[in-house]
Design a protein around this ligand. Structure first.
Ligand code: NCD
Length: 312
């Protein structure tokens, strides 16, 4: 009997107990990795990273995670350097992957591309960003980060999302994950870049309290500020992007007016939306957040390849 592999395609596929388990595993891995460089549980396994959109952290942290687990990595980066540029379909590119690799992580400009990929091949597929759709592994590492700093699950956590709520796929994934916990969400964006209707309906259905505004001051009574860049590559009208790109700037003066224990997160890369004068404030945890991505992705690779942590 063939078993359908566990793919990671959307934040919506997780229930609360799976999220709690992932947070627990990532916490355990983070502790182990303070003491050693590798945790060789995936010897001889191969990860293929297929990235057809720009990426630095996501691809490299997946690759680092696999290598630190003792596995290997093969990679194809950029449409222009792959056979897609010769006119090959994504399906044909992927179809051969199942004999080259045991798991693949895909980033593609089209929404739904990784779900299509998962339906056509027999190895687990991890969605590493599909256009303006979702970015579930970033959402998971963001959730893990919030859980490390806040009493997630025990106390009500007020999270402000700032920037490009319309096209920001990391926001789309994170809001769905947060809906399993006691939270209140505040969406701060230029009016043109507000929360897509689909997520308005999702939050309403999930009975999550949320509000939308264009006023940056709304961050002042929040526990988490999740800042994003305006996603220039998704705009049809480049002039509109130029008009909005510097709409918000979070700086030291603003953060000093906020709650003392506010944490400022950002999936990176940043443009000008977080001033560098914030970098040395204890509230600025975006580099720590990126580091957490390594532990979370190690936990995820173990999960999809069905390998347990030693203590389990
Ligand atoms: C994000 C993405 O690709 O959606 N980056 C990332 O993976 N860390 C956010 C962004 O590009 O703005």
């Amino acid at each position: 009997m063939s078993v359908t592999p566990l793919s990671i395609l959307t934040a919506d596929q997780f229930d609360k107990s799976q999220l709690d388990e992932l947070i627990e595993d990532s916490t355990q891995i983070a502790a182990i990795m303070q003491k050693q460089k590798t945790l060789p549980l995936l010897n001889d396994r191969i990860l293929a990273t297929l990235f057809f959109e720009p990426s630095t952290r996501t691809r490299l942290s997946f690759e680092s995670a696999m290598i630190r687990l003792g596995g290997h990595v093969i990679t194809a980066v950029g449409m222009q350097f792959s056979s897609l540029a010769k006119g090959e379909t994504l399906y044909d590119t992927l179809k051969v992957m199942e004999s080259y690799a045991d798991v693949c992580a895909i980033r593609h400009p089209q929404e739904g591309a990784s779900a299509k990929a998962a339906a056509s091949i027999s190895i687990p597929v991890i969605n590493a960003g599909d256009g303006a759709g979702e970015h579930p592994t970033q959402g998971l590492l963001d959730l893990f980060t919030i859980a490390r700093y806040k009493k997630l699950g025990e106390e009500n956590v007020r999270v402000a999302f700032v920037g490009d709520i319309k096209y920001g796929r990391t926001i789309h994934s994170l809001l769905q994950l947060l809906s399993h916990y006691p939270v209140e969400l505040v969406f701060i964006s230029p009016p043109e870049l507000g929360l897509p209707q689909k997520y308005v309906e999702f939050l309403t259905r999930s009975k999550i309290r949320f509000e939308s505004t264009s006023k940056l001051e709304a961050i002042e009574n929040c526990d988490v500020g999740y800042i994003t860049r305006i996603q220039g590559e998704r705009f049809v009208d480049h002039q509109q992007f130029e008009k909005l790109r510097d709409y918000y700037v979070i700086n030291k003066a603003l953060v000093q007016k906020c709650k003392k224990d506010l944490i400022i997160m950002h999936p990176l890369p940043r443009l000008s939306e977080i001033s560098t004068d914030l970098d040395d404030m204890p509230q600025a945890i975006y580099f720590e957040q990126a580091k957490n991505g390594l532990y979370l992705r190690m936990a995820l690779l173990l999960k999809v390849l069905n390998v347990k942590l030693p203590s389990k």
